[in-house]
Design a protein around this ligand. Structure first.
Ligand code: TXA
Ligand code: MG
Length: 324
């Protein structure tokens, strides 16, 4: 199959909607990362997502909608969910609710809950509206690779596997949505909507249970990894010294990703001047450094607060837990 990148306009959106309604897959932009969409109500189409990504079939998919009124067709809305929908949708948040029967079990990996998200992105909303059905979509990367924030990243991972990539430019957030389980009042994944803002609206959230059955099946898989060895420097008074020491003792092609830090003549790239900018750039830089054959990436850590918490979570996963 020949994969084409299509600029966002109404004709191309229509082409993409036709492809989805005939059972195909289309990658599309959202404010967080690019998604790989299928008609959520067509189980055969949904199965193709798992094949294209190399994703385990017990890892459920998020259903993307364009209008809040759609939600009750697919899920039972709780009072907590109601508040989150009013306050944060459209936006980088996914709510997990008890599903209705209409949602095929292939979408939810056999769970009786479903993740619902309304992206804050014109292209995504227009595409979903044009389709007239919810689109279930994971991030449009190969499983375990950094999520795509540009159409070119999707092409790199999925070339030949899907017909169209709808190009809406660079994703403005750069990290995936925050996931809140409204059945168990639990924060399943930190993301583009800060936990503190969510808790200000619905009160304290539980943390996921780390046991045999994780509430968010995706959490048990390796994630977001570039080929290079990533090290996360934990913030603290001697962080700069620890980074310099690690850099000096590491062999291979190496780089420090800094939030405005200065490391003498060591190879350093300023990835942002705020945590938001760092988050916006992280996955794209991981992909660039892979392309340039880096062996070691040392990332400055940031405070575990707001979007910084999501950023720390992604770097931690990319590092496979290697902290300095
Ligand atoms: O920002 C985002 O959320 C992006 C864009 C494309 O919308 N999507 C995304 O999807 O990151 P994905 O599939 O890469 O990550 C979704 C996560 C997975 O870890 C999955 O296990 C979890 O959400 N998830 C989905 N449905 C769930 C459910 N019913 N219960 C618990 N976890 C769920
Ligand atoms: Mg993903």
């Amino acid at each position: 199959m020949n994969t084409q990148i299509l600029q966002f306009n109404s004709k191309n959106t229509q082409l993409c909607a036709d492809e989805i309604l005939s059972g195909g897959l289309v990658a599309f932009p959202t404010e967080t990362v690019y998604g790989l969409g299928a008609n959520a109500l067509n189980p055969e189409a949904v199965k193709k997502i798992y094949d294209a990504k190399g994703r385990p079939s017990d890892n459920p998919l998020i259903c993307h909608i364009y209008d809040k009124a759609q939600i009750e067709q697919f899920a039972f809305i709780t009072p907590t969910a109601e508040k989150l929908i009013d306050k944060f949708m459209p936006g980088p948040i996914t709510i997990v609710l008890q599903k209705k029967q209409i949602v095929p079990s292939v979408v939810t990996g056999g769970l009786d809950t479903v993740g619902i998200r309304m992206p804050n992105h014109k292209c995504a909303l227009e595409l979903i509206r044009e389709c007239g059905v919810p689109l279930c979509a994971p991030s449009a990367n190969t499983s375990t690779k950094p999520s795509p924030t540009l159409a070119e990243h999707v092409l790199h991972d999925l070339d030949g596997k899907i017909k169209y990539i709808l190009d809406g430019g660079r994703c403005s957030v750069g990290l995936e949505s925050t996931i809140v389980d409204c059945v168990n009042n639990t924060l399943l994944r930190q993301g583009g909507t800060p936990k503190e803002e969510i808790e200000a609206v619905i009160g304290k959230l539980n943390r996921p249970i780390v046991g045999n059955v994780p509430l968010c099946p995706g959490m048990k898989y390796k994630h977001y990894s570039p080929n290079a060895n990533v090290y996360l420097a934990l913030p603290g008074i001697d962080m700069h010294r620890r980074i310099e020491q690690k850099y000096d003792e590491a062999s291979g092609k190496k780089i420090i990703l800094s939030l405005g830090g200065n490391y003498g003549d060591r190879n350093t790239y300023c990835i942002g001047n705020s945590v938001e900018e760092y988050a916006y750039n992280l996955f794209a830089q991981f992909r660039r450094l892979d392309g340039e054959g880096y062996d070691i990436i040392i990332c400055e850590g940031v405070d575990d607060y707001g979007v910084g918490a999501a950023l720390m979570n992604r770097i931690h996963k990319a590092s496979g837990g290697k902290t300095i």
